[in-house]
Design a protein around this ligand. Structure first.
Ligand SMILES: C[S@@+](CC[C@H](N)C(=O)[O-])C[C@H]1O[C@@H](n2cnc3c(N)ncnc32)[C@H](O)[C@@H]1O
Length: 359
């Protein structure tokens, strides 16, 4: 729970000088916003928006058809945010003077930003209230300070700087730990010698998949078990064309629906590697491994693409754990993945994938 009274006192004093004194954080704030992958028309929550330092890049991405909701309990910080909105003439911004725990958040929301809001990301109630309004598959991004293990001699400096902005150093080693509960497979990157972190990811899609939860130390119990299926996912031309452009593999069979209609499969088809590339995301729908610091995609033993994955179809993955073994400091899991398209008997991809987990 955040200390609302202390927050109010802290930011009453800071509001006037805030923008200048935190200008050096701008690159991290911008990087966190870019990880939200905003599109025109998106609805974005800026939680603990402060003086609105994130508003301009968010507006640039969502455009006038989008909506930006700022949540901020400090009246002084919010007054600066309001002035910023008025100066820019944005008519699509709603500012809520409230804590993230209590704000009446209008949903559904496409993306949530927690920029330098350590107190908020430690508060399960604040996260439940804000992330609870995010649509399935919506995104979040966070940035903030942390203790560095990489260069511990910098921690007194981290303390000196951060103590101006946070009411508690609880969770300062892994500030994203609570976020990770909401977003399995949260991506985390450290910067500035480990003194700053960025975390981002997508909330689970409501695909009907049933997730298995296991702790790292219990992974060996899964050997030989079939863990079920991911949800169904549309195979879209947009995705296939984007992958074709990204990988310079723009063969007509992937990108030209008219020509492909008269081709061997009667439609455009997804690249085999695109289907295979979905492994990590679909694994996340089926299995969550707790107590893991690092997950490594170690490679593949065998892959086959026995049937075409036509655009317009729906894809899902079945997962079996073939083997679990110790590999140095980590645990190596051999997954047998079978990708299938609705209504087709032959799988479109079968693969043996090796992942390594480190605690
Ligand atoms: C370091 S400032 C970050 C402001 C802004 N996000 C930025 O990137 O500049 C932290 C902000 O979080 C706000 N805050 C603290 N506790 C909060 C809570 N429980 N709910 C919402 N905002 C909170 C503070 O009032 C302050 O404006």
């Amino acid at each position: 729970m955040t200390d609302v009274t202390r927050t109010a006192t802290l930011y009453r004093r800071l509001a006037g000088s805030y923008d200048l004194s935190t200008a050096w954080l701008e690159p991290y704030r911008r990087r966190a916003i870019s990880q939200l992958r905003l599109r025109p028309g998106d609805v974005v929550l800026d939680v603990g928006c402060g003086t609105g330092m994130s508003f301009e890049p968010i507006q640039a991405a969502i455009g006038p058809e989008g909506r930006l909701v700022g949540i901020e309990p400090s009246p002084e910080m919010l007054a600066s945010a309001r002035a910023r909105v008025e100066d820019a003439g944005w008519s699509n911004v709603t500012l809520l003077e409230a804590s993230a725990e209590d704000a009446a958040v209008p949903g559904p929301v496409d993306a949530v930003l927690f920029a330098f809001t350590h107190d908020v990301v430690q508060s399960p109630k604040a996260l439940a209230n804000t992330l609870g309004q995010v649509r399935p598959g919506g995104r979040l991004a966070a940035a903030g300070p942390k203790w560095t293990t990489f260069a511990p001699q910098l921690n007194p400096l981290v303390w000196q700087v951060a103590s101006q902005f946070v009411t508690s150093f609880e969770g300062f080693r892994r500030p994203w730990a609570e976020l990770e509960r909401a977003v399995p497979g949260l991506w985390v990157e450290e910067a500035y010698f480990g003194c700053v972190y960025l975390a981002w990811g997508g909330l689970p899609r409501n695909t009907g998949a049933v997730r298995n939860h296991v702790h790292l130390t219990d992974l060996p119990d899964l050997a030989g078990r079939h863990l079920g299926y991911s949800g169904w996912h549309d195979i879209t031309q947009d995705d296939v064309s984007a992958y074709a452009a990204l990988t310079d593999d723009e063969q007509w069979i992937h990108v030209d629906p008219e020509r492909a209609a008269a081709g061997p499969f009667g439609a455009t088809v997804a690249h085999g590697f695109l289907t295979l590339g979905r492994f990590t995301a679909l694994l996340g729908e089926i299995l969550a491994v707790d107590g893991v610091a690092t997950t490594l995609n170690y490679g593949l033993n065998r892959v086959r693409f026995p049937a075409p994955a036509r655009v317009g179809g729906r894809l899902r993955m079945g997962l079996e754990v073939s083997a679990v073994e110790q590999a140095g400091d980590g645990i190596q899991v051999l997954y047998a993945a079978t990708f299938e398209v609705e209504g087709q008997t032959k799988p479109v991809c079968v693969a043996e994938v090796i992942f390594r987990y480190y605690g």
